[in-house]
Design a protein around this ligand. Sequence first.
Ligand SMILES: *Cc1c(COP(=O)(O)O)cnc(C)c1O
Length: 396
Amino acid sequence: MIWYPYAQMKTLSPPLKVNGAEGVYLYTERGKLIDSVSSWWSVIHGYNHPALNAAIERQVKNFAHVMLGGLTHEPVEKLSDKLASWLPKDLDYCFFSDSGSVAVEVALKMALQFNVNRGSSRKKILALKNSYHGDTFKAMEVGDDEDYHFAFPNKQGVIHIPTQVEALAEAFEKHGKELSCMIAEPLLQGAGGMKTYGAEFLRSARELCDRYDVLLIFDEVATGFGRTGNRFVSDLVCPDILVLGKALTGGYIGHSVTVANKRVYDGFYGDDDRLALMHGPTFMGNALACSVALESIRLFEEENYLRKISRIERISKEELGGLRDERIKEVRVLGGIACIEVTDGKTLVGFNDFAAERGVFNRPFGTCLYSAVPYIIKDDELRRVLSVMKEWFNRR
Ligand SMILES: *Cc1c(COP(=O)(O)O)cnc(C)c1O
């Protein structure tokens, strides 16, 4: 018996069975559907990609996995070198994990222990309202997801503020000397409601973190690899610790990385064993995951994905620009994301079925009807996804 995610099992409508997948298409018992959410934003190159398949096949013939405790191997060395040179500034020190949530845990652990190691008592964490950072405990605490509030209300030492510069300045004035770190999903908050905000807020955050000696963490598990139209938001404003996941392996295998800058790394470096970072997921640096991640990054660079993403953004704006309806609160488009936020979540009940009948797989949550398409989607396929979203409001 499978216990499905985010679901009341008693009332769950049966999930669609997938028998095959290729490019943007899922082959399901209800026919061929365009995956308009890229399997939770991860499958950026589409399914069954020949180059990604080949990378895995090459590696699996050699070996699938060895632990990183006492051992190392070429795929993980190459991937960490690639990330170090590809990511901005001195974000060079790569700690691998098997999921985004764990990589967030590692980032927070780094920030908290960084302070312990330097003899500081700073413990508080500044986070954002409507943020989502994963489902493990510390990630839930820094998150602000309503679905968890009733079950896990205890959030000691975490301060949540709205994405407004005044609130930010006020929080630093009040708590600046007790903060160990600030964590944010930069520019776009995903699972917390697909909310967007400006880079100005991030620039202020960077400045205040520097002034108050607070580490800045960007959770780019969702926004990384082009989703906002930037390669990484960290290219605009550089954090001290960067977390990547989801699209890291092109959606092939769960893997993630917490990348620290030199200052953070140096905070753990020394003759005393107690300064070390005591963490080590069993499957960190998995050789198949690293091989496919390298190939995914190669495709991203060589096939100019940022141009593909700006085309997706342009078409999304074109298609959704004129959409008006009393049930709609706001329409937002940013890079590879398009979101129609409605006033009442009930408006979206039944959309999954409606979309499947029209050849599209989609899964709204809360008050958000959104698309996060694979970047390789063709113009007519993208227009089809967006018209199905529009049709839902125009149908009566
Ligand atoms: C999905 C997500 C996570 C959690 O990643 P998992 O791989 O599901 O553990 C963390 N942060 C953000 C911003 C995410 O979108």
